[in-house]
Design a protein around this ligand. Structure first.
Ligand SMILES: [Zn+2]
Ligand SMILES: [Zn+2]
Length: 266
């Protein structure tokens, strides 16, 4: 099979400086190794990490920087050792593309906690010394271990946000058994993560309440997300404060589990 990783045949959108402005950028992906999968990217979600990375908010951005770590697409090439995937499969790649594969966490399929720090999908130094470039690009080459199957009948566009945002809220919800109908879920902040938490909560049959400092989110919660059956206590289900997030936390005394997730979480 001819290699699809010829010189600079990958078209990405890259930030060149801390302005965060993205522009077309042609670059090279590595040639497919024996354990690699090459994926034609069809969709990529937008995460705040993308914004922060392009703007060098953490002071470690390496330009040109191609963001994107909610990647979905179609397998277009596989290495000789790859048995889990074949050409044409629908797959996704999340926030990391490599790890040591030898520590206790990697052996327990918890690579995100790898003791040597997993290689993040963009703006990170990979094992070959190159800087990883993310999913705002036409294709990506990754070790098949960091590639996940997406059901053929699941819309790829809808699958993309699950690769970072989705799993970030799904994982603690499952850990705390917040998938049992009738339980109550409070979501502080209706941003990207909060949005997905509400969707999961509804899907699991939970009583979902959004807590927000911004009344502007109310309409979105009630209409776009069709937030819960408000019944006879519509107003009391919506809490709006002018204060800081800390004001919200006093209510946590009344809940049984509190999980803080996402960018800038306390
Ligand atoms: Zn993310
Ligand atoms: Zn490891």
């Amino acid at each position: 099979m001819s290699s699809l990783s010829a010189n600079e045949d990958c078209l990405g959108w890259a930030a060149r400086d801390a302005s965060g402005v993205l522009s077309p950028y042609n670059f090279n992906r590595r040639t497919v190794r024996s354990d690699d999968v090459s994926i034609k990217i069809t969709h990529c979600g937008i995460c705040y990490a993308d914004v922060a990375g392009t703007r060098n908010e953490q002071g470690d951005s390496k330009y040109p920087l191609v963001p994107g770590h909610e990647i979905v697409g179609i397998v277009q090439e596989v290495g000789s050792n790859v048995n889990r995937f074949k050409i044409g499969d629908h797959v996704g790649v999340g926030t990391y593309v490599n790890s040591c594969r030898d520590c206790e966490y990697c052996k327990d399929e918890e690579e995100v906690h790898c003791v040597k720090i997993p290689v993040l999908t963009f703006n990170w130094v990979d094992d070959d010394g190159t800087i990883t470039k993310g999913g705002y690009s036409s294709y990506i080459v990754v070790h098949d271990r960091y590639c996940f199957r997406i059901p053929d009948d699941y819309p790829l566009a809808s699958a993309a946000p699950l690769l970072c945002t989705g799993i970030t809220v799904y994982s603690p919800m499952i850990r705390h058994k917040m998938n049992q109908p009738g339980k109550s879920l409070g979501v502080i902040g209706l941003g990207g993560l909060g949005h997905m938490a509400v969707k999961f909560g509804k899907a699991f049959g939970l009583n979902v309440t959004v807590l927000s400092t911004s009344i502007s989110k109310k309409e979105e919660a009630l209409t776009l997300l069709e937030l819960i059956d408000f019944g006879n206590n519509a107003e009391s289900d919506w809490c709006d404060w002018d204060g800081t997030w800390m004001v919200c936390f006093k209510y946590l005394e009344e809940v049984t589990a509190y999980v803080s997730v996402g960018w800038g979480c306390p």
